[in-house]
Design a protein around this ligand. Structure first.
Ligand code: DGT
Ligand code: CA
Ligand code: CA
Ligand code: ZN
Length: 621
């Protein structure tokens, strides 16, 4: 794997954030021999960082653990494999020899001795407490030392009895705040899917654009970067008078409560539980603030570091030339000569970079690419010429083949594939071989009445437990396009699952491996399988992998898409539509594709019809 892939870092996912207290104890007793997955390793390191912070450990040390967690979240390969193959873990971003030792130990023993040591002094449950709004390491420590609070349940008891009021620094207000943050934590431990955030953000943005005197309004943060999940929403506004805009914001009908609202900053929690931050910034700083609050944090740090090398200070306030010999601690937020900040381009230009699309701002190599004028020419929705996975009333779709074809033609597509399920997917009403020929007749009829679009005969063929396909070769050979995917036995071990998928990918009739990890965001974890091996085999076989655009799947993930592109695979971006409306989900696939650095040339369904037909024959003799 190239250096670039290993050196990137991502924000922790829901798994990281929901790191349960005492995870090690539970796991250790039951399944001590099983090697740990990356997310579990990240969890233990997060817990360690939280507990060390309570202990008052050196902040640099705590930061080192948190940085390692970010790096792990961005890996496409399992740490266990890397250790097994004797790879040098210190090559990973933010990994020193100590971190490498810790990870090796966790992989080999399933435990982290250092965490055991810390547990002797600090109860495991405190890690979870520090993540409550209104606590943090210092206050958590105080509650533990004075009242013996070790868990959220303990905390709730002290709130009930009012004993917490005996502790210095905790008043009625803290009680309210802690009650709410416990409730919030229960309501949504995870993050919002992008599609769900979209539903909430669009009406809010419309409403905010109606605020008195508002000049600009933009959504920044992970939402602007189009991440598959969203922690909170970051709104940025420019106006002459902040007062009315802030009042308009807190009066939004979707607000459940106002967490804080000062002159230029406000935070509300919507009824859905989604947090929204509003910042009102001066016109002269709008671009710098937009850049800063778009993030990611790792990208910002990299850009700021470039600035430092040029004697510039880059912040949400603007770009400033630092006076010679000035000490950092003597500088105010706007000290020095302002050389830009009104436009986002100002920030990039100041450090010699081209403007970088938000989807790329994850510090995965975009800075180097911008320096060398090698930024990808990212794919857009307009590049898409067909949709290669959709269901009709012949299986579990809501619309007929003709309706799907008309709707796709209206989107401007040149071709579609109808991919109803095969029999093994019983709940989805899979087609039996006897039905298939009848369905082909109907495809023929639809083709006649909707001549403007080519309708390919296809099936989403189920990959059975042993890796064989749920349709006889005589049918597979007569399909225009064969899409394969897994719908059952999702908890096989990693090796068995990998073998199963490899077998399917090696079948000579297969064209596309669909929703390769089976994940459903916030609902179902990806299968355990060796993605690196699967991608390599697909590449070797000339099989395309799917980026399933269904907003609850988005499978492959951005990181896997990036890796597939590096390996030279072809990607199919499909909606897996079960209704005509679902065809519009293509935009979520495009978002994710852009986050994975895809250009139109990497994606088979950007090909014009004749070239796509040619692609279909690549494996056939
Ligand atoms: P989220 O909300 O978890 O989905 O992810 P973001 O990226 O929206 O993160 P958020 O809301 O915490 O902060 C918004 C942006 O503000 C973030 O992407 C970068 C910037 N930012 C926040 N904290 C820091 C920081 O400590 N340093 C730097 N350089 N930037 C930060
Ligand atoms: Ca955010
Ligand atoms: Ca935020
Ligand atoms: Zn499916």
């Amino acid at each position: 794997m190239s250096k670039r892939t290993t050196k990137r870092a991502r924000k922790p996912s829901a798994g990281g954030r929901g790191a349960g207290a005492g995870a090690q104890g539970r796991r250790g007793s039951k399944r001590a021999k099983r090697t740990l997955e990356n997310f579990e390793i990240a969890r233990l390191l997060t817990e360690l960082a939280d507990l060390l912070e309570i202990q008052g450990a050196n902040p640099f040390r705590v930061r080192a653990y948190r940085n390692a967690v970010l790096t792990i979240a961005g890996l496409t390969r399992s740490l266990a494999d890397m250790v097994a193959q004797g790879e040098d873990l210190t090559e990973l971003a933010g990994f020193g020899s100590e971190m490498a030792r810790h990870v090796t130990e966790m992989v080999q023993t399933g435990r982290l001795q250092m965490l055991d040591e810390v547990h002797k002094e600090v109860p495991a449950g405190l890690a979870e407490l520090t993540r409550l709004d209104g606590l943090g390491p210092k206050r958590t420590k105080k509650l533990w030392e004075t009242l013996g609070v070790k868990t959220i349940a303990d905390l709730e008891r002290t709130l009930e009895t009012g004993r917490i009021l005996e502790v210095e620094g905790f008043g009625e207000k803290s009680v309210e705040r802690l009650r709410r943050s416990i409730a919030d934590q229960r309501k949504h431990v995870g993050r919002f899917r992008l599609v769900d955030a979209d539903q909430l953000v669009r009406p809010l943005v419309d409403y905010m654009r109606g605020a008195e005197g508002i000049e600009k309004l933009e959504v920044a943060g992970s939402y602007r970067r189009r991440r598959d999940t969203i922690g909170d929403i970051d709104l940025l506004a420019v106006c002459d008078d902040a007062g009315p805009v802030m009042r308009h914001f807190t009066a939004y009908p979707g607000v459940a409560r106002v967490q804080g609202s000062g002159g230029t900053r406000g935070t509300v929690i919507l009824k859905s539980g989604l947090q929204v931050d509003l910042r009102i910034v001066p016109r002269r700083a709008y671009g710098a603030a937009l850049h800063y609050f778009t993030g990611s944090k790792e990208h910002n740090i990299a850009v700021r570091t470039l600035g430092v090398q040029r004697g510039l200070r880059i912040s949400e306030y603007g770009v400033f030339r630092v006076p010679k010999g000035a000490k950092e601690e003597d500088l105010g937020p706007e000290s020095g000569e302002r050389i830009g900040g009104a436009r986002e381009e100002d920030v990039f230009r100041a450090v010699g970079l081209k403007w970088i699309p938000p989807e790329l701002r994850e510090n995965r190599g975009e800075i180097e690419a911008a320096q060398n004028d090698r930024l990808p020419d990212l794919i857009t929705l307009e590049d898409i010429r067909g949709d290669l996975q959709m269901h009709s009333t012949w299986s579990d779709g809501k619309n007929t083949i003709e309706e799907m074809a008309r709707a796709a033609a209206a989107l401007g597509y040149e071709y579609i594939a109808i991919t109803d399920h095969t029999p093994a997917v019983g709940v989805a009403g899979g087609l039996k071989p006897g039905d298939i020929e009848e369905q082909w007749e109907e495809i023929g009829r639809a083709q006649q009445v909707v001549p403007g679009i080519t309708i390919f005969r296809s099936m989403e063929v189920d990959i059975l437990r042993d890796g064989s396909l749920d349709l006889a070769d005589e049918y597979l050979e007569r399909l225009d396009l064969v899409v394969v995917s897994i719908h059952s036995h999702m908890h096989l071990g990693k090796r068995e699952m990998t073998e199963r998928i490899l077998k399917a990918v090696r079948h000579p009739q297969v064209d596309i491996l669909s929703h390769p990890t089976g994940r459903r965001i916030n609902e179902r974890e990806p299968f355990e399988m060796d993605m690196e091996v699967v991608l390599a085999a697909a590449h070797e076989q000339g099989v395309a992998v799917e980026l399933n655009a269904h907003p609850e799947r988005l499978d492959l993930s951005d990181v896997h898409v990036f890796r597939a592109r590096e390996l030279g695979l072809k990607i199919a971006i499909d909606t897996d539509a079960h209704s005509v409306d679902n065809l519009r989900n293509m935009s979520y696939g495009i978002d994710q594709a852009r986050r994975g650095w895809l250009e139109a040339g990497h994606v088979i369904n950007t090909l014009p019809l004749q070239r796509f037909r040619k692609w279909l024959t690549r494996r056939r003799k």
